[in-house]
Every structure is written in C-alpha cells, then in structure tokens.
Design a protein around this ligand. Structure first.
Ligand code: C2E
Ligand code: MG
Ligand code: MG
Length: 703
C-alpha cells in the first residue's frame, strides 16, 4: 500500500501534475467568467421583460378602472382586482383614489382587509401623478396612476409581485454554466495534460540526467533541441558534466596514480589488496603481496640527479609490470591479473590475487629479482640495481592490507640485510625481532640524549718496537639494564633508524678532544675513528670533520678515518671526491676490514688511502689456514708496492704476531696488546708504554 501511496504522491507533486491542475483551474475560471457575463445580461433582459409585462397589465387595469374609481364603485374595483390577482402573478393589489381612500384590495394571503397603509411607492406615485416601480431582490412593486378622460388624476393602482421566474432562470443558468465548465474541462484538460507533458519532457530528460550523474556516470551528453531556455540549460548541464568529469578524473588520478611511474599508488594498492584479501577469506583460495625495495637506488639516484632517477624508477616500474604480466599469461590467470604499484621512493609492491601455493609467489618473486638485476640503460650509462623482495601470503600471513604489507616489508628487510637481490618469505618470528628492533631503536634515541655512549680506545702498536702507534676509537653503550654493549649490538639499528649520523659525529668529536688531551700530556698519538657508510654519504661530512678538528684544536695529522672496504668500493668516484680534500689537509684514511670486500685493483691503485687494516678473520686463521695466510701475504705485498701502511687486526697470540712481523706487517692491533679500554686506562697504557719501551709483548691490559 505504502509504495502505491508514495507513487501517487510523487505524481501529484510532479511538475506535469501541477501545470495540468493550473491549466484546469484556468479553463474552469475562464469558462465560468464568460458564462457569468452572459448570464448577467440574460438575467437583465428577463427582468426587464417581466417588469414591462407587469406594468402593461397594470396600465390595462388602470384604463379599465377609470370609471369604477370615478364613481367610487368599490365592489366593481374589488372584483376586478380579485380577478387580476387570480389570473396573474401578483401577491398584493390595491387601488386608492386621489383622496388616498382605498377603493379595493386583494391579496394572495389571508390578511384582514380595511387596515391598509399605502406603500411609499404608491404615495409618491399619487403625489407625482406618474408611474413608479421598484425592484428589491425579487420583489417588484408597481404603482400606475389612473387618469380620467379629462386628464384628471383619479387614483393609483398598486401591485406587488414576487418574480420567482427570475430565481429559476438564474439557477438554471448556474447549472448550465457548471455543466459547460465541466464539459470544457473534460475536453481540454487531457489536451492540456498532453501538451504540458510534452512541453516539460526536456525537464524530465534533465532530471534523469542529473540523477544519473549523481549516482553513476558523468560521461554523457543530454540532447535537447527545443531552441528555448531548456536547450540553453541542457547545454550548460553538458558543459558542467564535462568539467566535473574532467576534474573527477584528475582527482582520481591524483589520489590513485603514482605520477612518476603512472602505476597505481599506495592507496589504490591498499584498496585492491583489501578487496582481494576479503574475497579470498569468503571464497577460499590464497594470494600474495610482494614488497620490493631496490638495492643501491639511493646511490645511483644521487649520482644521476632527480630527473634521471625518476626515469630510472619509471623503467623499473615498466620492467616489473612486464614480468608480472608475463607470469599472469604463463599461469593463464587473466581474470585475476596481478597489480604492480609504487609506494614511493624506491619501494614497489606487487599483488598476486590468486596463487595455488607459495611456490607460485616464489617463482614470480625470483623472476622480478632477476629482471631488476639486468642493467638499465640511462643517458648512455649502464646502471646496475638489485631488488630485495619480501613476500606475505594471504590469508595465513594476514587478512588485511596493513598487516600484509607490514609483514611483506619485514620479510623484505630480512632479504636486504642478508645481502639483497633476493626474495624472502615472511615468517612469524620476524615480528618478534622487529619488535625488539623497535625497542632497541627507542632506547638508542634515549641513549644519545642521556649521554649513555662512551668511547673506548684500543691501542695500535709498532711491530718493530712495541711503541704505541695510535688508538682506535670504538663506541660502547652503557645500557641502564643490559650493561656495556658492543657496537655489534646497536650500530646496524642506528644505521637503519638514521641515528648513526648523530652517533658518529659525537664519537668523532669526542675522539678528537681526547687525542688533543693526550697531546697536552705529551703523548702525540693519532686517533682512528670508524665512519659508517651512511655517515660518510651525508651532505656536509667533510665539514663536520673539519669542525671536530677545529673545536678540539687537533692537528689533522693526528686523525685517521676508517672506511670499510665495502663503502670504499661501492662508489669509488664519490669516495675520491669526499676523501681528497680532507686528505689534503693532513687527515689520513684507512680501509677497514680489508680482504672481505671485492676491491677492484684498478680502483685500489687510484684510491687516496694511507692504511690497509687486514681483517681479523685472516689474522685469526693464518697460522692454521693456508688460504688466510696467502691473503695476508698478498695484502702485505700489495701495501708494500702501493707504499701503504698495514695494520693487522685481531692479533691474539704471540705466534700470530711473529708470523705477521716476519711477513712484513708494520702495525698490529689486538687483544694480545690491549683490549679496547676506557679513556683513563688508555692514557695509563700509553704512558707506561712510553716509559718502558723494552717491555713489548708483556704490556697487555685486559678490559
Ligand atoms: P672494527 O673497526 O674492525 O674494530 C675492530 C673490532 O675488533 C673491535 O670490535 C675490537 O674490539 C675487535 N678486536 C680488536 N682486537 C681484537 C682481537 O684480538 N680479537 C677479537 N676477537 N676482536 C678484536 P668492536 O669494538 O666490537 O667493534 C666492532 C665494529 O663496530 C668495529 O669494527 C667497527 O666497524 C664498528 N664500530 C665501532 N665503533 C664505531 C663507531 O664509533 N662508528 C662506527 N660507524 N662504527 C663503529
Ligand atoms: Mg675500525
Ligand atoms: Mg676492522
């Protein structure tokens, strides 16, 4: 019932209905007005006719009554009047003579005669001697003077009459009028409805279009060619729709498309993952989210510049898309194609909506790793990248996009830490280690602010006489609950959360100040400070070294900076650029952990370094392992021919020391001589060594 009432109410409130009702009212009003005018004139005619007829009757009576009045024949007068009353329409008739005496009277009602008071009209007519009549509503009074032949006024005949025919004719007229108006309505109203409906059809078209636009699409054109205001309105609508459509598409692009690669962006990927993961929960089946982070992109981007970097990202995006599409085709999976998106920076994601088992995802991930490893050609250069990929499979690794992406990201970080250019599946234990890492990072932030970091010094000694040749500054963290922590426990975390710059800077300044103090004590011992990759690559690195030297007032010759072999070899051009100005000032540079990286001989010869620090793994094994011994020998020979100093790290036994000395190593560092120790202990160590040169080999101080 309610829907019918609703539909009726909608029709009643429609414009067509309103206009039709208005037209109906106009038809009705016009017909009625015309009819009223016509009936008014017809009424007037009828009334005049009736009045004339009454006057004529009375005039005839006046002629007939001249004699009876003159002779005062009351009986004849009364008889005549009675006769007239019976035959006509009068209700009241009387005659008075010129002395105002009543000569006869007749009435339709049964009032008693004899007490008549002449009506005003009769008196006036008698006084004036002429005919008078008066119409009040439907009551007509007529007074007709009676003249003798000698033109003498003899009296008055007076009559009163109710003009009932006037009422009847008026009623008939109203009835006719109503009928005619209804007839006119019956004929013209449907026509009016038809015309109104047709005239308003463009408005319906406009309304439908507006409704469609608000709910579905703006991509349409309204066609109205009525040539009137509605056509103008329709054209305005069309222009508005086109503008809105364009704007909406632009907004959609801004919201869901990555501008650099034209790939879907994070939000679009999130939505699609949400949809697919929900479907897989409802219908069964599984899929995978792949989180891709490019290896070495930052470095390449820095050397290429932003514009070329963007072009490279675009190429990577295209390559990833091609691989993903190829895998879709190979798996005959065209109904549920994969989606490649860029999250920002050098991070991409791939959604595999349907996989049979995790080996499908592994296959795609490996193909992506291989594809990114192939060189990219950009501005005539060949650029080599890698991709670390984390894979989260749904529903087991998460059912919502946030969890899936976080898990894939964690897995990616593992792949990256393991050396990059590889894929790694998410494992639940990663969550725990990520949590621990988070706690560690937060505590580390505190540590920097609360001065919990300390610098220990480990002596470097001359092989030939056991004199202190220098000291390596090694950072420690005096953790409030865990005790003294070695850099191995926190340096990697500091690098990942960006605190390494701050920590490195602090160590550098502290080491410079301490070395300046040793100098004041008469100990001219150079200090070596480790520099991490991230710290070295930061803008203003050399400025911060200069500042540290100046603040401490330390001669640059007493500072040595240690870069690991991997930093030195990853971007040799940049290393040369950064190192040379500092070296020109007198700062010396060492390649740390030498032998573990993949140094290119041609670069090695051009690198502005002063010292090789032979990695402790070779020193440790050299007495037992030929390979290690040969590596040490080769490094020493190389250093000799390049005229570089060598430091053998990790010397723990006298046997190692003897072997190294025999092979020609110049400096040694290791537990055999001294562990890394606090500042005061180191000062004592150095003073002892200075006063007792001969005790070489027995001065080890264990910390
Ligand atoms: P590294 O620069 O190669 O430092 C030498 C490491 O070998 C030190 O470990 C030292 O304690 C250890 N070592 C020295 N002699 C011996 C020995 O005879 N036997 C054994 N087994 N080990 C020996 P530590 O202090 O734990 O430092 C580890 C690494 O952390 C350092 O390796 C260095 O790469 C890094 N590091 C330390 N301090 C800093 C710093 O302030 N900044 C940065 N960026 N890295 C630092
Ligand atoms: Mg070092
Ligand atoms: Mg080392």
């Amino acid at each position: 019932m309610a829907p019918i009432r609703k539909a009726v109410s909608r029709v009643m409130r429609s414009l067509v209905m309103k206009f039709t009702i208005l037209t109906g009212m106009l038809i009705f009003a016009t017909t009625s007005m015309l009819m009223t005018l016509e009936s008014m004139s017809a009424q007037r005619e009828t009334r005049n006719l009736v009045i004339e007829r009454s006057i004529a009757t009375l005039q005839a009576a006046a002629t007939r009554l001249v004699n009876p009045i003159t002779v005062r024949d009351d009986t004849a007068v009364e008889a005549y009047l009675q006769n007239l009353l019976d035959s006509g329409n009068f209700t009241e008739l009387y005659v008075i003579n010129n002395h105002r005496e009543v000569l006869g009277e007749a009435y339709t009602d049964d009032r008693t005669k004899g007490g008549l008071r002449a009506a005003n009209l009769a008196v006036v007519s008698l006084g004036a001697g002429d005919l008078r009549y008066q119409l009040d509503g439907i009551t007509l009074q007529v007074a007709v003077p009676v003249y003798t032949e000698a033109r003498r006024l003899a009296g008055i005949v007076y009559a009163k009459q109710e003009l009932h025919e006037l009422v009847a004719s008026r009623n008939a007229m109203i009835q006719r009028q109503a009928l005619l108006a209804l007839f006119a309505l019956g004929i013209f109203l449907p026509m009016a409805a038809l015309l109104v409906g047709r005239a308003l059809r463009p408005i319906k078209t406009l309304t439908d279009a507006a409704r469609l636009a608000s709910s579905k699409t703006l991509d349409m054109r309204i066609r109205i060619d009525t040539g009137d205001e509605l056509e103008v309105l329709a054209n305005a609508f069309n222009r508005m729709f086109a503008r809105l459509d364009g704007n909406l598409k632009r907004i959609h692009r801004l919201a869901y498309v990555d501008m650099v690669t034209e790939l879907p962006n994070r939000e679009r990927f999130r939505k699609e993952t949400e949809r697919v993961a929900r479907r897989s929960l409802e219908e069964g089946g599984s899929g995978a989210v792949l989180f891709i982070d490019l290896d070495r992109f930052k470095r390449v981007n820095d050397s290429l510049g932003i514009g070329e970097g963007d072009r490279l990202l675009e190429m990577v995006g295209r390559r990833l898309t091609e691989v993903a599409r190829g895998c879709d085709m190979a798996a005959d999976n065209l109904t549920d194609p994969s989606m490649v998106a860029r999250l920002g920076g050098d991070e991409f994601t791939v959604l595999l909506p349907k996989i049979t088992d995790s080996s499908d995802a592994a296959r795609v991930a490996n193909k992506l790793v291989d594809a990114v490893r192939l060189p990219f050609e950009i501005s005539g250069h060949q650029v080599f990248l890698g991709a670390s990929i984390g894979v989260a499979v749904f529903p087991q690794d998460g059912a919502d996009p946030e969890t899936l992406m976080r898990h894939a990201d964690l897995a990616m970080a593992h792949a990256k830490r393991a050396g990059g250019s590889a894929a790694q599946f998410f494992e639940p234990t990663m969550n725990q280690s990520a949590f621990e890492r988070l706690v560690l990072e937060n505590e580390l932030r505190d540590a920097v602010q609360k001065d919990q970091l300390v610098v220990y010094y480990q002596p470097k000694l001359f092989m030939k006489d056991g004199g202190v040749a220098g000291a390596e500054a090694l950072v420690r963290w005096q953790h409030p609950t865990a005790g003294l922590l070695s850099p191995g426990a926190f340096i990697e975390a500091a690098e990942e959360c960006g605190l390494i710059g701050e920590i490195g800077d602090w160590v550098l300044r502290k080491a410079c100040r301490d070395a300046a103090e040793w100098r004041a004590l008469g100990l001219d011992i150079p200090v070596a400070v480790n520099v991490s990759a991230m710290q070295f690559e930061r803008e203003g690195f050399s400025a911060s070294v200069n500042d540290a030297l100046e603040d401490a007032n330390l001669p640059p010759e007493l500072l040595e900076l240690e870069l690991t072999e991997s930093i030195a070899m990853e971007n040799p051009e940049r290393v040369i650029e950064q190192v040379q100005p500092l070296r020109d000032r007198g700062v010396s540079f060492a390649i740390d952990d030498f032998g573990t990286g993949h140094s290119s001989l041609s670069y090695l010869t051009r690198m502005p370094f002063d010292v090789f620090k032979i990695d402790q793994s070779f020193v440790r094994d050299m007495a037992t392992n030929d390979h290690s011994r040969i590596v040490v020998e080769t490094i020493l020979a190389l250093a000799n021919s390049l005229k570089l100093e060598t430091v053998a790290e990790g010397v723990e036994t006298a046997e190692q020391m003897t072997m190294l000395r025999d092979l020609g190593a110049t400096l040694a560092q290791g537990f055999l001589f001294g562990r890394p120790m606090p500042l005061t202990s180191f000062v004592e160590f150095a003073q002892d060594a200075a006063s007792d040169d001969d005790d070489f080999g027995d001065t080890a101080v264990g910390i």
